[in-house]
Every structure is written in structure tokens, then in C-alpha cells.
Design a protein around this ligand. Structure first.
Ligand SMILES: [Zn+2]
Length: 375
């Protein structure tokens, strides 16, 4: 198994403002923690520097007009016409260097996709990626360039079938919209329900795809306060059978850590124990895997959970024989200290969550599973 961690120290040089929730240190802190725990020091693992996306690649999804405006925004100059494109809002401010940052992030995702399709790697993780809210001609929810849609489009052109699994707390609205009628992209999104979280209007279980794509769009809206057990109950019943039935060439995993209880912007009560369990299940079910960071608004969660995720993707757990080889220093030593302590949720909350999660599962099992051949 060969894997790559995509990293550039350019990412953390961009800073919109101290109050801006999007933390550009996400790649840096994950890289440093993995390095500290010897998680790159292993045969078959490589750290790779990304190249910015080419203009041609950006045009695969975005309009020329919008990209031109983004380039203007890169100089930090705002004009009112930008607001129509979602630029210059609190979520998507116009700041010097904003195009350079997002274009490098898109380039990182494309670099990863290329490594997989050229069979140079089996697993790639790019922590600064997964901008699932960006539209063809607008920025939204901290997302300016939709790296996912561009990379999927490139892979579809080579005849690949894509499994898209998104566990970020927010619904993958613009990925759903782009591939809604495409049966070559199986889209699964687990997220906090739009009843309590952005993007509010989408992500409900009855959005199941249309035309040939009917049955290839699965939304699992989770009620606020969903905890580890209820999340895993749902995840284990939906993701593995769908992955087995669909038989993708490449899996995209969007690993937002805003699904974790301590995140300041969301209301799901997961610990990173359930998060990592999901990462392991995804890895097991994937022929090739492109993992992208996406959301997460607490640096401590980002650092601990994505380090654990990288270890899980590479099957790096402390092993006794490694201790012998390295004289006390072994791969992944210290990993267990990165896990959250169990979180106890009151019974009345769990009862309500269970009921809701069961209802959504029943809907998916009755309305989607038969279409895609799951009995
Ligand atoms: Zn999110």
C-alpha cells in the first residue's frame, strides 16, 4: 500500500483575520503532529507538495466571470458587484491572497486525484480540501473553489466510478446538485439536519437523485445532539452495503471534524472515537481513497482527529515489533492520547435521537436500497 500526505506550508501564511472561523493552520498542525508521532516514517508513505490548480481545471466547474472576480478579490479589493457572487460576506470575505490560497487547495485535491488515477498511490490525504459549498459562480460557507467537483469531473472523464462519502457536519449541497442525475457518482452525506444547521434547505432523506441518478444520492440528516452510538448505528447500516453494491474505483472521503461535540459552530455530539471508527470503515471499503479535510473550527480537534485519521488510513497502530526496531520509539506511539474521552448523553436525548435515526434509516432502506440492488 502506497500513500501520500499532501502538504504545503503556504497554506498557513494566508490569514483572513483573527476572528475568521476558517483556520488555515489546519494542514500545518496535522502535518506537525503526524511528524512528531513518526507517522510519515514508514515504507510507502510520502509527503507531497501540491501545485496550484490550472485555469483550465478551474473552468471545468466554475465560470470565467467568477474566476476573474476571484482573481480581483485576491488583491484584497472589494467592489459591490462581488456580493452577487457571494464574495465580500462575513463567511467569504474579500482578502488579499484569497484566490492563491483556495487555488492551491484545489490544486492539492487535483494532485491527489492524479496520484490515484495514475496508480502511483492507493491512499491520499489532503487536509486543506473538501470545499463542498462553492457553486459554479458563487462562494458560500467558507468555500470559494469547489475542489471536489473539479477532481470528480476529471476522474469521470477517465471512466472512473466514484463513491463520495461526506461526514462533515454540513450537507454537501453543491456536490449533490452537480451530480444529482449522475449514476457514476454515488453520493452519501451524513450531516446535521438542515432543521438546525446551514445550508438549511438541502440534505433531507427524500432527495434521492433524479433520472438515471435516482438512488445514487443518499442523505442521512442527523438530529442535533446525535452521539457516537446512534451515529455508528446509522453509518454501519448504510455505508458498507452501499459501498459493496456500488463497487467504486475511487472513494472521496470528506472528513469534517465539525461533527465533533466540541466544535463551536455545530450541534452534533460525536467524539473522535466514532469519527475514527467511520474512517476505518471507509478505508476498509475503498479500492483507492482520496481523503479531504473540509470543516472543523477548533484547532485542537483538527490536530488530534486528522492525525488519528492519517494513522488509521495507514494502519499505523503501535506494534510491539516496532518498539524493538526503533528502541522504544515506534510508529503511532502516543496516538491513544489523542482520543476524546467518552461523552455521556442524557437518556431522554438518546431516546429522541434513536427514534429519528431509525426513521431516516427505514426511509433509505425502503426507498433507495431496492433501486441499487441491496436486499
Ligand atoms: Zn462543515
Amino acid at each position: 500500500m502506497k500513500s501520500a500526505f499532501i502538504h504545503s506550508d503556504e497554506f498557513s501564511k494566508f490569514k483572513a483575520s483573527n476572528e475568521y472561523p476558517w483556520l488555515t493552520e489546519r494542514s500545518d498542525v496535522t502535518y506537525s503532529k503526524c511528524k512528531e508521532l513518526n507517522l510519515f516514517d514508514h515504507d510507502g508513505i510520502e509527503v507531497i507538495k501540491p501545485k496550484p490548480a490550472s485555469i483550465k481545471d478551474l473552468y471545468l466547474y466554475h465560470t470565467k466571470e467568477y474566476i476573474n472576480l476571484l482573481k480581483k478579490a485576491d488583491k484584497g479589493i472589494f467592489d459591490e458587484s462581488m456580493l452577487r457572487y457571494g464574495l465580500g460576506t462575513l463567511e467569504c470575505p474579500v482578502v488579499k491572497g484569497v484566490f492563491k490560497y483556495h487555488n492551491l487547495a484545489a490544486g492539492a485535491t487535483i494532485t491527489g486525484a492524479n496520484l490515484l488515477v495514475q496508480n502511483k498511490k492507493d491512499i491520499v490525504f489532503s487536509p486543506t480540501g473538501g470545499f463542498h459549498h462553492a457553486g459554479p459562480d458563487f462562494a458560500s460557507g467558507f468555500c470559494y473553489i469547489n475542489d471536489i467537483n473539479i477532481a470528480i469531473d476529471k476522474l469521470l472523464k477517465t471512466g472512473k466510478r466514484i463513491l463520495y462519502i461526506d461526514i462533515d457536519a454540513h450537507h454537501a449541497d453543491m456536490v449533490q446538485e452537480t451530480f444529482y442525475s449522475n449514476p457514476d457518482v454515488m453520493k452519501i452525506s451524513f450531516h446535521e439536519s438542515g432543521k438546525t444547521l446551514f445550508p438549511w434547505k438541502t440534505g433531507f432523506e427524500n432527495e434521492i437523485g433524479k433520472g438515471k441518478g435516482k438512488g445514487y444520492n443518499i442523505n442521512f440528516p442527523l438530529p442535533e445532539n446525535t452521539g457516537d452510538e446512534e451515529f455508528l448505528w446509522a453509518f454501519e447500516r448504510v455505508f458498507p452495503p452501499v459501498a459493496r453494491a456500488f463497487k467504486a474505483d475511487i472513494t472521496f472521503a470528506i472528513l469534517g471534524v465539525d461533527i465533533i461535540f466540541s466544535d463551536p459552530l455545530t450541534h452534533i455530539q460525536l467524539t473522535n472515537n466514532a469519527f475514527i471508527k467511520a474512517v476505518k470503515i471507509i478505508k476498509q471499503a475503498s479500492a483507492k481513497l482520496l481523503a479531504l479535510g473540509s470543516g472543523g473550527y477548533l484547532l485542537d480537534n483538527i490536530e488530534r482527529s486528522w492525525t488519528l485519521a492519517w494513522a488509521a488510513m495507514n494502519d499505523l497502530e503501535p506494534k510491539e515489533e516496532d518498539t524493538a526496531t526503533f528502541g522504544g520509539m515506534f510508529w503511532g506511539d502516543g496516538l491513544s492520547s489523542l482520543l476524546d474521552r467518552p461523552l455521556f448523553l442524557p437518556n431522554n436525548i438518546r431516546k429522541k435521537t434513536k427514534k429519528d435515526v431509525k426513521r431516516v434509516y427505514q426511509y433509505i432502506a425502503s426507498n433507495i436500497f431496492p433501486i441499487i440492488g441491496i436486499k
